[in-house]
Design a protein around this ligand. Sequence first.
Ligand code: ADP
Ligand code: MG
Length: 870
Amino acid sequence: MTEREIQALPGLSDDEVTELRKRHGFNELPDAERRGTFTIVLGVLREPMFLLLVACGLVYMLVGEPRDALLLLGFVIIMMGITIYQEGKTERTLDALRNLASPRALVIRGGSRFVIPGRELVPGDLVVLAEGERVPADGTLVWATSLSADESLLTGESVPVGKGPLDTLEAARIDMARPGGEDSPFCYSGSLTVSGQGLMLVRSTGGSTEMGRIGSALASVGEEATLLQKETGRIVKAIFAISLLLFVIIIAVYGLTRRAPSGVGGDWLGGILAGITFAMAMLPEEFPVVLTIFLALGAWRISRKNVLARRMSAVETLGAATVLCSDKTGTITENRMSIRRLWNGRDFYDLDAPEESGAGRIPESFHGLLEWGVLASRRDPFDPMEKAFVDLLNGGLIDEAHGHPAWEIVREYPLSRALLAVTHVWRRGDGERLAVAVKGAPEAIMDLCHLAEDRRAEISAIIGTLAEDGSRILGVASGELVQHTAEFELPSSQHDFDFAFRGLVGLADPIRPAVPGAIRQCGEAGIRVVMITGDYPKTASAIARRIGLENPDRVITGAELEAMEPKELASRIGDCQVFARVVPEQKLLLVRAFKYAKEIVAMTGDGVNDAPALKAAHIGVAMGKRGTDVAREASALVLLDDDFSSIVAAVRVGRRIFDNLKKAMAYIVSVHVPIAGMSLLPILLSWKEAALLPVHIVFLELIIDPACSIVFEGQPEEKDIMSRPPRKTTESLFGRRSLFISLGLGFTALACVLGIWYLAGVAGLPVETQRTLSFVTLIVSNLAIILSTRSWNSGLIASFAARNPAVPWVVGGAAAFLSFIVSLPFLRELFHFGEPGGAWILVACACGLASIAWFEGLKLVARLRGKSLL
Ligand code: ADP
Ligand code: MG
């Protein structure tokens, strides 16, 4: 089957697809990862907080306080609601992201080609298989050239197997066989096309494929815990151990030193209650929950910048990136090539300054050059360079006859790492004679033409001038062969043809408009941008200058790269940002060198050969539009619009996520100090009454804590987000400074709460009133800390300028709840509160606000000295 016949295949019509879909539905693969509400509820039941609440309720029942027990039960329900909502939201976000990341298929329908999500395929569809792609369904091959597939997922066999086509009728009739065996005509969903191309008739999809029968979801790579998750896990364990120890001590102290209310034996039940209260106060469950929420919602935020996070770890590493390595063609430029300048070996022609004569047509003397250029391109080109040639033909700028529609292609010699040129051999209309056309990198073409030294020097100088504006330069040459005998065979290498040099073509590829701005931002943010290209060094330099890279004239080529010792390379890359004539395999050397120089490196790529470098980089970035599945699966991020500036936008979001995470974690530490302090101190100081009861702690933990994660998660970025250097990856969430700030705020709040307790005590207020006032102070200080620490740079008032829709809800909601439990008699009783009166409440509020005064001062000093606290 020829390329043209494939083009002419009708494929299914829209109606047939609708009909088939009615019959088969969307055949989705069983999704192992999605969790239902039931699993989430089960998860809640296993949570320590839940167990503590139940234990606490039991003790209340035992000591004859059913009302307190019921109240706690109410809180259990609220807690479940919040958890189910939050986890459901996280799950939905991840689901949506997974959908975006699901494999796609190139399908022929109604005579045209479309890219559709793999799950929308129906049996009967014609699917184009290409190198580096996952096969999206089970089916039989109707056409293939040197197609081989890796079916190790299904057979365990790691060596790729070759595939051979059937004719169309047979392909539709034959029964699918099990995977395995050389040269079989069957392809299986989930296997990987390693080389070649093919056209497959879809036979079964989704759950009825071999893969679906095994039940393993496609590419459901197990999520490894991220660095932060591991760090948090360690901290949680440590706090847990300490709390457990204190828990036992509290019960022992209580039971041994206090009499039970009945007068018989120690007060063990009271001890258990006090111990549980303390455990609730200390329970570090928020850390992992907040981390999960921030990472999942972070992935969603990043996706709105057109970047898909395939691995959670990328969300946290992004903000720390120090080097962004980007492909030039297609990522920095648009990969929309158009032919702008010509040189036919003697004269120049500039398509942007056309000569008046000939009504816009290109002068005849350049037609030979273009004719051979067209012949060295496919008739239905996919490559933008080849499109540019065919566009000239279709645009009527040269005669249509130069396309030689009657000629038939005999063989194509593809681009290779050793020779950057493409040769096409054509059978001419007149029998035995074959025409050979080649186009490619000018050095390669000069080699193929065996040009003399002085002619080479002359041409090189011309390449230099043509490349000055960043054009890509291609050389074109032509040759002829006569088929004398029937056994005649074409040479195996392009070098064995006799080529005549035809000239040079300059192709322009517009720079993406947002790129220069994005590169400027990177400069301010201390991030180096490195451009990698397979293009000619002069072209690369010119583009580098136009997008504003530093030292655009310092270029290292792929060959130089390979010849360098790792150490030498690591030192040379310090001030070189342009790498030209690089083949994908050499990107790995670059990644290694940057890693050796202790950089955090992001690397873009699209092809099968890019995969090792993508995997090795800290952040592999695959192209969403033109990337292969192999590249995507090796990457942590997928750029949906292939635009370099989206990476920078994602880095910005990554930095903000880390900032906010740090603030949220610091807040959690701060707020637990006064709570834990107020539940521990009364026991250590042998107060007669507890200051905080379980219900108070639950109120704080269940209503304010989750709300705060919303506030911090949604907090807009700090002003200096892209003007400070990248964070060190060794920097933990709890650095010395942030630990100092958070503990400092916590202990000040504790002091304020204690202060009001004593003040009320000295004034002779009853213990219920003391408790009320200290609780008011506690909540107010809590809210003040949220408002103050949501920005670590701007002052309390100024930070209201940054829009955060969660703030009024959280502050308003907490204030409303607080006023209810303080003022409504029946709630007051449930909370074991007294009636302090307005003046005292004001004093308590003032006390709460006072706890952030020093931090506001610290921020002011930092601002005046132009420093960042984060
Ligand atoms: P980049 O990294 O900029 O995308 P490539 O690796 O795609 O560059 O291409 C490197 C060089 O190979 C090009 O500068 C060009 O000289 C040559 N080349 C690429 N594709 C073709 C093609 N289809 N025909 C001829 N030459 C090509
Ligand atoms: Mg390329």
